[in-house]
Design a protein. Structure first.
Length: 462
């Protein structure tokens, strides 16, 4: 444009030409600089020296709602302090929705996430959560894969493979998407689901599913030292010197326990049978206990832990109010109300601190306090029930005063009645000898409701 202008201008003077040339050069340089800035944005390099370790290993190896909360909270904490996350996996798998939630959180993490198959396996949902990790390490003896979904029946213990495309295809697409994000083998990711492909450590590295083979956490840290991870145009150089173990909250552990299919089915069965028994027999105080089992059993049936926690707190408050204002005293309703409140507070979700909510560490301490009260009262109630049952089953003991030593309350003349005290009780007594008041006596036999006694000193003299 400017070159054509100069060619067509026959009256350009020296000063004017100099100004126009300077302006043209300035515009060209600005345009080139803007193009370079847009095409290659500057990146920021950060050195990471700390990592947070969270484990998915026995006995907490099922990928469920509790493990999901634990891993997500660990990643949140790592982002707050600028640390990497190491997920140590030794799992047969778990629930699909929990696996999706964990995978999505790892995929959106602002800090490097390193998955380490440290045990013997990371199968099914265990493989799903390692695919979006920035670095995947695997132990020499470990295997990964076998992601075909199954339907498990906790009552019979049997399972059936799920082949419906409406269920399988979303899992395939999610696994392929995770693999593509991190430059992993998308074909293997698809075969994990469709063909139940299983790879050992060597095959996983050769086929581009895993990045490194490591024998331990220390070996892993040495092999990934100075590795660069690019996240949203931020380069993180790994020089991890310190690893801190992340402890899952009490809420997460309780959810994992009650989410077990076996535990859930047992609790539901006890709750249903207990409710039927209470209604048919008229033992209404049993109903709160049956409700407790029913509500806890619903955790393993897909109900929201947050709603269950809220319901338990409300029900506990109602039971306590009924115990205090309707049936004065402290019985089954009051104890059940306290247990409901303790478990409800233990299941209350943690939330980021705000102007109206306490910090998470306060909630965790409150959970411990609530659980302590609940367990203490539960143990005390169990002890009382045990003693009551023991007393009812024991044989009746008949009291006998024969052979006991007592004290004369009155002067007892031969053949005449007087009172003696034996084992803290007043008895009418007779004797064939004179016994002064205050003397020690021994019961020889019983004559109806009277005691026949002898003086202890006379007994010794004879």
């Amino acid at each position: 444009m400017f070159i054509g202008f100069f060619k067509n201008s026959s009256r350009c003077r020296g000063a004017e030409c100099l100004v126009l040339v300077t302006l043209a050069i300035t515009v060209l340089l600005f345009t080139a600089t803007l193009h370079v800035a847009q095409g290659s944005p500057s990146s920021v390099e950060t050195t990471i020296t700390e990592a947070i370790l969270v484990s998915v290993k026995p006995p907490w190896d099922t990928i469920d709602e509790g493990i999901k909360e634990c891993i997500i909270q660990a990643i949140d904490q790592a982002e707050d302090v600028g640390a990497a996350v190491i997920i140590s996996v030794d799992s047969y798998g778990g629930y699909l929705d929990a696996g999706f939630a964990i995978g999505d959180r790892i995929a959106s993490s602002r800090v490097p996430v390193i998955s380490f198959v440290s045990g013997g396996k990371a199968l099914s949902a265990g493989t799903l959560i390692i695919l979006p990790s920035h670095i995947v390490a695997i132990a020499p003896h470990a295997i990964i894969g076998a992601m075909q979904p199954i339907a498990y029946d906790p009552v019979t213990g049997s399972y059936t493979y799920v082949n419906e495309s409406k269920i399988v295809n979303p899992i395939v697409e999610k696994a392929v998407t995770y693999a593509k994000m991190r430059g992993r083998n998308t074909t293997a990711a698809e075969l994990f689901v469709r063909k139940n492909l299983v790879l050992n450590a060597g095959d996983a590295v050769r086929n581009g599913v895993a990045d490194v083979i490591a024998t331990s956490i220390n070996d892993l840290l040495s092999k990934i030292r100075n590795v660069e991870v690019n996240i949203s145009n931020n380069v993180y150089r790994l020089r991890i010197e310190r690893v801190t173990t992340y402890e899952c909250s009490i809420r997460s552990r309780l959810i994992s326990i009650f989410s077990s299919p076996l535990v859930s089915s047992v609790l539901l069965t006890i709750g249903i049978m207990g409710t039927i028994f209470a209604l048919l027999s008229g033992k209404l105080p049993v109903i709160p206990v049956a409700l407790l089992f029913l509500i806890l059993g619903l955790l393993g049936s897909g109900f929201s832990p947050n709603l269950i926690a809220l319901f338990m707190v409300l029900l506990g408050a109602i039971l306590l109010a009924v115990e205090v204002f309707v049936t004065p005293g402290f019985g089954a309703l009051g104890i059940a109300g306290i247990i409901f409140l303790a478990l409800g507070f233990a299941l209350i979700p943690s939330s980021p601190p705000s102007a109206i909510s306490p910090p998470p560490n306060y909630l965790e301490q409150f959970r411990v306090f609530a659980m302590g009260i609940g367990l203490g009262l539960g143990s005390f109630t169990g002890f009382i029930i045990y003693k009551v049952i023991q007393a009812k089953r024991s044989k009746p003991v008949l009291f006998t005063a024969v052979g006991k030593v007592g004290r004369a309350i009155d002067d007892i003349e031969p053949g005449k009645e007087g009172f003696v005290m034996v084992e803290g009780e007043y008895w009418r007594a007779i004797s064939d000898e004179r016994i002064p008041k205050g003397a020690k006596v021994r019961v020889v036999r019983m004559d109806g409701s009277r005691l026949v006694v002898r003086r202890v000193e006379a007994e010794r003299g004879s």
